[in-house]
Design a protein around this ligand. Structure first.
Ligand code: F3S
Length: 420
């Protein structure tokens, strides 16, 4: 790779040791992918924030101890636990110190303690065309596809290196030519009424991700009035079932105001139709619960927005979560403060809903809860639940999630696509 004099001096150790290590890693990455040079990014979102094994913690601590400081505004993905309300969260005390060490390492590097996987709703938000380096699959898909910012799918630890240097190798989705759609998905036989049920969007994303894999794909037929939280659910699901970093939702993605725009004047290599029947089958794959055993209801994967809390409060206020069910909702500290001030938090707490900040329900240490099965309005959570947590899940609308939690038994409404 061609390096500037300043980059060479960092590799020669003229800055701190953390910068030397970070830059060496980035140069290796660039050479692996055939990049010719490094490029500046305006911000970074670090995904390596969950304590899972000691290696991740030790790398963050080592970089902090060696003098590493973020060079550009840097937001943080969730921790595994609620760092502030961990007692209410039944966190085994013996695992707390490692999470707190992780928190201390990132704060020492001067990252912004956003602790959220929806940094595009409450974080350091990029604009169209901005070159950024983000980790966290749902956020990457959202940044590229809904905002039109430019990032690769940066892996854990690589994101720390990018934050310390403020640069990444120039390759992949940072370059216009690699952002061209190569395949096309068309929504067929969907009625307007089907799109009024917001539970359809995560299902569409889940199926789209399965079919698109790691290819940049265009999709037509999504209504232009789709809500931002539905796009969030689509992105999260697509990036969990496929290695989706960028898609072009025609009429919505800034680079895809028309199909021709995102195909860069070419024809798609393959065209696939998505029908209500396929969505119904995808929904079945996200319902692995074998018996009437939902003793956990999970919302906020990705972290809930104010609009989602308003909807949840409309559904849950005045009701009571059944004694056999735990109802968790995850969000970030800013939204938590807003719903607290607005009285929404009190209504939800009265209903028996537990609202946490900072954490991720998939990574939370569940040994102290002993769940049998989870119902969730997140296709991403349903997709990963068994492999990450060891119990079954069922994807459903938030309306069905609330009814299930209140009645203490599975409630599953009919949907137009399931009747097909
Ligand atoms: Fe966020 Fe964890 Fe879901 S990081 S997207 S809550 S799996």
């Amino acid at each position: 790779m061609r390096l500037t004099d300043q980059e060479k001096s960092i590799l020669d150790g003229e800055q701190d040791a953390a910068a030397r290590i970070a830059l060496a890693v980035l140069v290796d990455l660039g050479e692996l992918f055939g990049a010719e040079e490094l490029m500046t990014v305006s911000q970074v979102h670090i995904d390596a924030t969950l304590y899972m094994v000691d290696a991740g913690l030790e790398f963050a601590e080592k970089m902090a101890d060696l003098g590493g400081k973020v060079a550009v505004p840097t937001s943080l993905n969730p921790s595994a636990i609620d760092l502030q309300q961990w007692k209410a969260y039944r966190v085994p005390p013996e695992i707390l110190p490692k999470h707190k060490r992780m928190e201390a390492a990132y704060l020492k590097m001067r990252a912004t303690p956003t602790w959220t996987c929806a940094p595009y709703q409450n974080g350091i938000i990029p604009r169209f065309g901005e070159q950024i380096a983000w980790g966290e699959s749902n956020a990457i898909a959202f940044a590229n596809s809904i905002i039109g910012a430019r990032t690769n799918r940066y892996a854990d630890l690589m994101d720390i290196c990018a934050a310390i240097i403020g640069k990444v190798p120039k390759f992949g989705l940072h370059l216009v030519e690699n952002r061209k759609a190569r395949i096309l998905f068309r929504l067929k036989e969907f009625s307007t009424q089907m799109f009024e049920n917001e539970a359809i969007y995560p299902l569409l994303g889940y199926l789209f991700g399965e079919m698109a894999g790691d290819q940049v794909a265009a999709i037509t037929g999504i209504p232009p009035n789709v809500k931002i939280d539905s796009l969030k659910g689509f992105c999260a699901a697509a990036a969990s079932s496929g290695a989706v970093g960028l898609f072009h939702m025609v009429g919505i993605t800034p680079e895809a105001q028309t199909l021709e725009m995102c195909l860069h004047g070419n024809k798609p290599q393959n065209v696939y139709d998505i029908t209500p029947e396929l969505i119904s089958k995808a929904e079945d794959r996200l319902w692995t619960m074998k018996k009437d055993a939902a003793d956990l209801v999970v919302a906020g994967c990705p972290h809930y927005s104010p609009a989602e809390f308003i909807r949840l409060a409309q559904l849950a206020t005045g009701k009571k979560v059944h004694s056999s069910v735990i109802f968790w909702v995850f969000t970030n500290r800013s939204v938590y403060a807003w719903i607290k001030d607005a009285g929404i938090l009190a209504d939800l707490t009265d209903a028996g809903v537990m609202v946490f900040t900072d954490g991720c329900p998939l990574q939370y240490p569940k040994e102290t809860w002993h769940f049998n099965g989870a119902m969730t309005d997140s296709a991403k959570f349903a997709n990963y639940c068994f492999s990450q947590s060891g119990f079954d899940a069922a994807y459903a609308s938030i309306e069905d999630c609330v009814e299930t939690a209140v009645r203490g038994k599975i409630c599953r409404s009919e949907s137009l696509w399931r009747k097909q």
